[in-house]
Design a protein around this ligand. Structure first.
Ligand code: DON
Length: 321
């Protein structure tokens, strides 16, 4: 296989064209009106390597909300703010096999500790423990952390936030349950505001790829030449992405793709390719991958996005296993 950048770019563009058609097997998330209006046929990918080299293809200018991809970021931030023992006392690191917004295990497993930070119960708990006295302070911290990684200011899509805020009955139920069993560090409405605002942060595929690059590099930003978060936290984040990042499809994703990844109902997928996983690829020292394809499957993963990621991971032999 040629490692010429131009050839890689052509291949990416070819795969985007090929997998765009898979969008018809899914649908845009309909429970958030602003997401339902998206064009399901959009598909975009960006890959950034450790030297800053980027290849991208498709609808790369499109902005979309992080949704559940934000759960990795707030988990990392909470570990930095509170220390790992504090976080792990309140959220476990076990996959569930349940849907992302399931409430069942909060009652069936005492003392009701959320199973992991990648499902809603765990993510709401994590959002509640971020440093800051008000939801606004916590959200500002998240935005500042992302600005450090990406190098530009991001904003919140207020329309997406508002529509989720007024329909968040399941998330409210989860938060009240967590509060009752002592797992929330701030009032229910404050925790929900932080959680739903982090979900509504807008990015493009290059932004996602940059976040993936830093996670792949164990918290070290190879372009800024700066350690942004501890290696131990990055390793835990990657383990959680592998075991829980693609919801109840994480097992199949690990088996057939084999990369730490996190998806969101907006159709976003963030993947981190550590150096050893990219050894035989055009990015032999590792890379970050950002994908966007808003038509999702019933589990919540981008249909075309997963197929595209599988194609490039297989073709370029990118896997942690
Ligand atoms: O909590 C929610 O419903 C959304 N704001 C985030 C969910 C999400 O992205 C789960 N996805 N697969």
């Amino acid at each position: 296989m040629s490692t010429q950048p131009n050839h890689q770019h052509q291949l990416l563009a070819q795969w985007v064209t090929q997998y765009r058609a898979a969008a018809k097997e899914g649908e845009c998330a309909s429970y958030i009106p602003a997401l339902a209006q998206k064009d399901p046929n959009q598909l975009a990918v960006a890959i950034i390597g450790t030297e800053g080299h980027e290849i991208k293809a498709g609808d790369t200018a499109e902005l979309f909300t992080l949704q559940s991809v934000s759960k990795v970021i707030t988990f990392i931030l909470a570990c930095m703010d509170r220390g790992l023992p504090y976080v792990l006392e309140r959220v476990d690191v076990e996959p569930t096999g349940d849907t992302f917004n399931s409430i069942i295990r909060l009652e069936s497993h005492q003392p009701g500790k959320p199973f992991n930070p990648m499902i809603n119960a765990g993510a709401i708990t994590v959002s509640s423990m971020l440093a800051g006295h008000s939801p606004q302070e916590k959200v500002t911290k998240i935005l500042q952390f992302l600005e450090q990684i990406i190098g530009k200011q991001l904003s919140i899509n207020e329309e997406v936030f508002e529509s989720e805020w007024h329909t968040a009955n399941r998330n409210r139920a989860l938060a009240y349950y967590l509060m009752d069993s002592g797992f929330l560090d701030c009032p229910v409405e404050a925790a929900l505001e932080v959680y739903l605002k982090q979900c509504a942060i807008e990015v493009n595929v290059s932004d996602l790829a940059m976040i993936g690059l830093v996670i792949a590099n164990d918290g070290y930003h190879p372009l800024l030449k700066k350690q942004l978060f501890p290696k131990q936290v990055a390793k835990l984040a990657k383990a959680l992405m592998v075991t829980c990042g693609m919801y109840n499809a994480s097992g199949k994703f690990a088996a057939f793709i084999g990369l730490p990844a996190k998806s969101g109902v907006s159709g976003a997928i963030l993947a981190a390719v550590p150096g050893h996983a990219g050894l035989h690829s055009p990015f032999p020292t590792g890379c970050g991958i950002g994908i966007y394809g808003p038509a999702i499957d019933p589990i919540g993963n981008s249909v075309a996005g997963v197929k595209l990621l599988k194609q490039l991971a297989t073709e370029w032999d990118m896997t942690i296993f």
